[in-house]
Design a protein. Structure first.
Length: 385
């Protein structure tokens, strides 16, 4: 058994991850390996250096400092987050990163960054937490359009989340078979196509493969989320995610907001702590397929309200696709919508919440009935006739 900790990025949503890893460190949870992407790298490296509270502390202390993050920095240097301040002053002078503890910890720690020439993720095994590792973390967290390309070890690099937001497959290929995944989006989240693609195409025109990767990022990300969810249902991975949208932007200047998100991470980790300990123990057994199927239900659901002519069926298909659910949806002659949907109760609830979140849909009443499973159903469809 080889255990690993996999940390998604998400800019300031990463304070959720900070809360999670602090609880894990406080309770002596250790892993054979770990990987961080973007914010998951620059915050998650503190797990290996065993510095409880450090990323929470420096983010809350310096979030209003223009040297840390500002439009002025973007205009004068090309980096929204000031490189000299974030990657020299903070880790070497103001809130020191413990590279000695990092190097002495036997846990392997990887970071992922996207090679702009190939559009593929490059994975770096950190050695000692020194300057080279520091620059790989910077590269992993360098968001496109607001960061300069980082030239390092023969690569030209930007944000690792562009090519591999949730690097579960990479860690599995490295031989890690008991994986804990920390996500920064709630169950049911679906990434949309990047609205800034026209600007990206213009700014990154010399890197066509990178543009292609960015154009397809939402497709790849949603596929990764589905893969994680399927493995979570089988008990193959353990997932800690926010209970709802964290409602925090990529740039946050309010320390109270950062603290709020951090505390959500702590609460979720504390809530799942005993289950996590069991998952990492030698006694844990992955559930058999028949055990997983017992958790699957099928429901016949009737929706009333403003539910026709507002994209309800399309939204239902998007939700079902994101969550890996099967079934169908159709309009009724009385203005209602009928749906049959199959999955776990939590997944079905999440799908309904995603549908209801549409600005045009107003669900006034729902009738739900449990019905027999369709054992051989493999997709979700919409009747448009």
């Amino acid at each position: 058994m080889k255990t690993s900790l996999i940390m998604e990025g998400g800019a300031m949503r990463g304070l959720f991850t900070c809360g999670v890893i602090d609880v894990l460190m406080e309770n002596g949870i250790e892993f054979d390996g770990g990987i961080g992407i973007s914010a998951g790298a620059v915050f998650g490296c503190n797990f290996k250096s065993r510095q409880i509270g450090r990323p929470r502390r420096y983010n809350e202390t310096y979030c209003k400092d223009p040297r840390y993050c500002s439009i002025r920095s973007l205009i004068t240097t090309g980096d929204l987050y000031g490189v000299d301040f974030c990657y020299r002053e903070v880790p070497y002078e103001l809130d020191k990163f413990d590279s000695k503890a990092f190097a002495e910890n036997p846990m392997k720690f990887y970071v992922g960054a996207t090679d702009v020439k190939t559009g593929k993720c490059v994975y770096h095994l950190c050695s000692d937490g020194g300057e080279n590792d520091n620059q790989w973390m910077r590269a992993s967290a360098s968001m496109p359009l607001v960061s300069r390309i980082v030239k390092l070890d023969g690569y030209e690099l930007l944000d690792g989340g562009i090519a591999d937001s949730i690097p579960l497959e990479f860690m599995e290929k490295e031989g890690y078979d008991r994986n804990v995944v920390v996500l920064t989006q709630p169950l049911g989240y679906t990434k949309k196509k990047n609205s800034l693609l026209p600007l990206i195409r213009m700014r990154m025109r010399n890197y066509p493969l990178m543009v292609e990767t960015m154009a397809n990022r939402h497709i790849v990300y949603n596929h990764q989320v589905r893969d994680v969810l399927k493995k979570e249902k089988k008990g193959e991975v353990f997932v800690i995610r926010p209970p709802e949208d964290l409602k925090i932007g990529r740039v946050e200047k309010d320390p109270k907001e950062l603290e709020r998100v951090y505390q959500i991470g702590r609460r979720e980790a504390e809530k799942r702590l005993e289950d996590l300990k069991y998952f990492l123990s030698p006694d844990y057994e992955i559930r058999k397929d028949d055990e997983v199927s017992k958790e699957t239900i099928r429901q016949h659901i009737r929706f009333f309200g403003t539910v026709q002519g507002v994209g309800f069926r399309f939204q239902a298909m998007m939700a079902a696709d994101a969550l890996g659910l099967t079934g169908w949806v159709k309009n009724e002659s009385d203005g209602s919508v009928t749906m049959e949907i199959q999955g776990s109760k939590d997944e079905i609830d999440a799908a309904i919440e995603m549908i209801d979140n549409s600005r045009f849909i107003e669900i006034e009443r729902i009738l739900r009935t449990d019905i027999p499973l369709e054992e051989h159903e493999s997709s979700f469809s919409a009747d448009y006739w």
